[in-house]
Design a protein around this ligand. Sequence first.
Ligand code: URA
Length: 440
Amino acid sequence: MLPQEIIRTKRDGGSLDDGQIAQFIAGVTDGSVSEGQVAAFAMAVFFRGMTTAECAALTRAMMHSGTVLHWHDQNLPGPVLDKHSTGGVGDGTSLVLAPIVAACGGFVPMISGRGLGHTGGTLDKFESIPGYNASPSLARFREVVRGVGCAIIGQTADLAPADKRIYAIRDVTATVESVPLITASILSKKLAAGLHGLVMDVKAGNGAFMPTTRRARLLAQSIATVAGAAGVPTVSLVTDMHSPLGRAAGNAVEMHEAIGVLTRRSSSPRLTDLSLRLAAELLLIGGLARDLADATQRCQAALDSGTAAERFAQMVGALGGPHDILERPHRHLPSAPIARPVFAATSGVVTHIDTRAVGLAVVALGGGRTRPQDAIDHAVGLTDVAEHGSPVNADRPLAIVHARRDEQVLAAAEALRAAFVIDGARKPARRRLVQDRLTG
Ligand code: URA
């Protein structure tokens, strides 16, 4: 069938069969389907949607457009598991979760992305570690996963190349916000890593890609259902992103925060709680625990005993980073020359945070990017970010700004004062961190 006939069928509200979808994606991959045809297809799906069967076929076709990793030849003594988040601000859960799962008997081949827009990216955080090789050969990646239990690396060109082309076209044709297209895009990359189970963290809130819980639920359900149909048991959690997850936002600063959580030297309750919950869901999916309570207790024990921290250090060392990152993070991670607190104009309680604006303040400091090719400054960012419901006053700042230049601090201070709403009297209702749990 000609690509234009496939597009016409979808445009007119018809359903595509597996063969038609596979043929279209083969054309996307070999270049015989033009950019205009990809754009028209994406727009047709945007308006007409897809059935679960179509979305599963699209996911499979995109996943098989490049290399698909297999682990059976490695004889791993545990399941291959991974987590994916739709992205937020101050979200360092991958850094904490992967070593916890590894310490509990799972194997985590995590292929992570860069930050774009106001959200941070796991890959950027790891690139703040000197010497860390986030693009090893696939053979080395597999070796580290086998030996350590987890490896976090960057996207490789050979996994799901069709998604790379389609995503770039969606980005400039106003077709990103389509649940079936997002589902297939995320899952094609994740499932190409050869997983036995996946947990999805779909963020909802003013710092998330999906601002409303209703939209986040739709995506969460779609991903769990389609991944399940593709044979990968998946649990989706809808989690709060109406405020930064942790107390740091940036790259090296988030690495410090994660190391603090792993070594128990500092606490970051929301980051710790969400990392434990997502890790526990993975143990359950992977058959490594009896129930969620047992899984949570195992994850907590891995954190408390230091075995998760050890896995983290082993992973960093195995991928070329310093072997003493846990003992001497300050020696290795870059730091900005200025660290200055920013105070609110009035004392009171934080009742609202424009989380996206907090993320954009990090971008303005140089810690994030607005175009994929932009370089970033790993040292800058925010720490001690005031939490929703916490007091701020002359002693307790909105955040500490880490910057290179004074004028950057001034700009960040202005952005932060505008992003936080402070109320003198009213303490806001607590937001639930995990708002929903959906399975396929
Ligand atoms: N992230 C992805 O990888 N793909 C999308 O379509 C949206 C977010």
